[in-house]
Design a protein around this ligand. Sequence first.
Ligand SMILES: Cc1cc2nc3c(=O)[nH]c(=O)nc-3n(C[C@H](O)[C@H](O)[C@H](O)COP(=O)(O)OP(=O)(O)OC[C@H]3O[C@@H](n4cnc5c(N)ncnc54)[C@H](O)[C@@H]3O)c2cc1C
Length: 434
Amino acid sequence: MADRDDRVHDVLVVGGGPAGSSCAYWLAEAGWDVAVVEKKEFPREKTCGDGLTPRAVRQLADMGLEDSLAGAHRYHGLRSVAFGRTLELEWPSVPGFPTYGYTITRHDLDALVCERAAKAGATIFQGTEAQGPLDPVAPSGPGALAGCSGAVVTAKKEGRHGELRARYIVVADGANSRFGRALGTARDRAYPQGMALRGYYRSERHDDPLIESHLDLRDANGDVVPGYGWVFPLGDGRINVGVGLLSTDHRWKGLNTARLMDAFVTQAPRSWGIAPETACGPATGGRLPMGMAVGPRTGANTIVVGDAGGLINPFNGEGISYGYETGRLAAAYVAEALAGGGPAALADYERHLERAYGDYYRVGRAFVRLISDPARMRLCVSAGMRSRAFMAELMRIMANLMHPETPGLAEVGFSGMVKAAERLERLTGRRGAP
Ligand SMILES: Cc1cc2nc3c(=O)[nH]c(=O)nc-3n(C[C@H](O)[C@H](O)[C@H](O)COP(=O)(O)OP(=O)(O)OC[C@H]3O[C@@H](n4cnc5c(N)ncnc54)[C@H](O)[C@@H]3O)c2cc1C
């Protein structure tokens, strides 16, 4: 990278994770000149549950990557465990989605997708950190992001500083999003946020055909807390074990996820062989901004995707597919802006997000509010676990695998939930708060 690269790219993408790489792929594939800055060098470790649902697989297939997943562990559904009951639920058959998911470490997955973007023509600056926006321009009004003409960057190994210029800037720097904050994004604290921790263990059941989630996650005193524990088999001798705490409620703020993890390790079935001796290293954690918690997401020439925009699914903490999807959506609107639509085209991205996810995330936020109370959570989960048919439909809602054209119980139930969630937000006058 030159200290000062006078070339003006069509697009600069800050962050080469799922959202940034997908955005770069779709833009490069359409023939635009795209540069990506990624502060780490691929392959790199990334704290995650490593679970891909059929929604994520669909996006990877659309990027021509499904064959590259041949070495990953394909699984067929979810084993749901709570209050002494176990239900094994296959992924449903929904048009447009496969009936399977994969588990694959982010170490391998993110390198694959970034490489795909590079093959499509994107220029990737790895080991290069965006320090902040170049020539920031004040937002055009309230509810808009600042603009900028690129990023001030540092090539970390060489310790060299430089500038990268572009007509449009895509913010894809993840949950902490320092670049997004510098342009004016903020997380609405009334919205739900997840905290999660995961570790790898060696296990004889590493190639189990189902992923497992425990919906009666307990703290060290044995009290149920809102969230779930998971065991995701990786098929490579290891399992990914973790806990996620979901809440909008301040009463969970002091809860220590490391202790929650310790408690879960003793709660998980012994057959998984989860023990200090089988641990592959210390557990690591991160935050999950969800339910469209972060905004604004567009400015005159800036646009935010993935975790940087708070776009994780509040029902299940899934963010990889939403990174791919929102990266792809942003690519379409940036391409329209580049083709002559100008800044107005970016504002349409926000409207499209609302159409695509607004109702779903509204219900998700109400769901988190409901289960933030342990008594309600216990009541709902233990009642739900008595009916396989109910849980199968609920799984379709929670994984966002519904199909409006062929409405079944999940779709009908969901439209009732949308009305209830809208009423709730009107009554409380707030969009995410308890
Ligand atoms: C413990 C845990 C478990 C999870 N499990 C799952 C799961 O099983 N399935 C699932 O779908 N989701 C899961 N998630 C959520 C998922 O990890 C995220 O939603 C997903 O990574 C979002 O992708 P992204 O591209 O928006 O952000 P990221 O994946 O965070 O990518 C951002 C990239 O930007 C780079 N970057 C950051 N700042 C800069 C900068 N200034 N300059 C250059 N580069 C920068 C980072 O190095 C990173 O590569 C989990 C999250 C956690 C914390």
